[in-house]
Design a protein around this ligand. Sequence first.
Ligand code: GUN
Length: 294
Amino acid sequence: MAATIIDGTQVAAQMREELKREVAALRAKGIVPGLGVILVGQDPASASYVSAKEQACAEAGIYSDDNRLPAVTSQAELIALVERMNQDPRIHGILVQLPLPKHIDEDAVIGTIRPEKDVDGFTPINVGRLVIGQQCFMPCTPHGVVQLLARSGVQIDGAHVVVVGRSNIVGKPVANMLLQKQKNANATVTICHTGTRDMASFTRQADILIVAAGRPNTITADMVKEGAAVIDVGVNRIEDATRKSGFRLVGDVDFEGVKAKASLITPVPGGVGPMTITMLMVNTVESAKRHAAR
Ligand code: GUN
């Protein structure tokens, strides 16, 4: 089977058009959704994600308060900025780009964000609400993965989903989202990680394989069941002297090999990536609506 390639850029563009109309309608009622963005340090990948988030906000009509702080920023200064954003009525969502420099305790900073403004869904309150099936903000990358599956017509209900990776940003939340007893979920979920013995014996059972391992070629064709839907969340920079930048992006899946076996597959770039930013905006608009309804 030759897989259909899921065009995340196109799905994201369609969702962003829907969102633009929604923001225009909110603005007409005097509600301007706002996102506070904080980047600490100069990590090039983080800087490029943050720029893409700011640009997407501008295009959608979302106000964004952009803060780029030097790597030497203290934890106390960063927490003070988050606290100011917690109080600022123009800001409905707060995004602190991770990872933070080593001298800063990420949990302390994330824990300062008011759960009502936690559009990344990273605070312990939102994580807990997600696990027990209460209204919450769902983390953007897993939320985007579920939207891609649903909008590509993949049957999730009753499917065996195998997640490779147990990070707090992707693996754990996507597994929890897909096992809920609700629409676009109700799957049987297995999580594999670096401690898993004979990982291929699990991945070969997957109707839907979600890979967020952070390592190129983690999944090769022999590890995939014929006809599976494969979602590659990995973003790895590998050296490429033929590119002006000196690198190119690859996912965690051997795309060419797995494409021949899967029924659906996401490319890197152009798969999950554009959806992450879109879901951040969806969550910010949702937060503004919830705030207006309070
Ligand atoms: N770093 C990698 N992914 C994310 C994300 O979704 N949100 C934030 N805040 N930082 C990240």
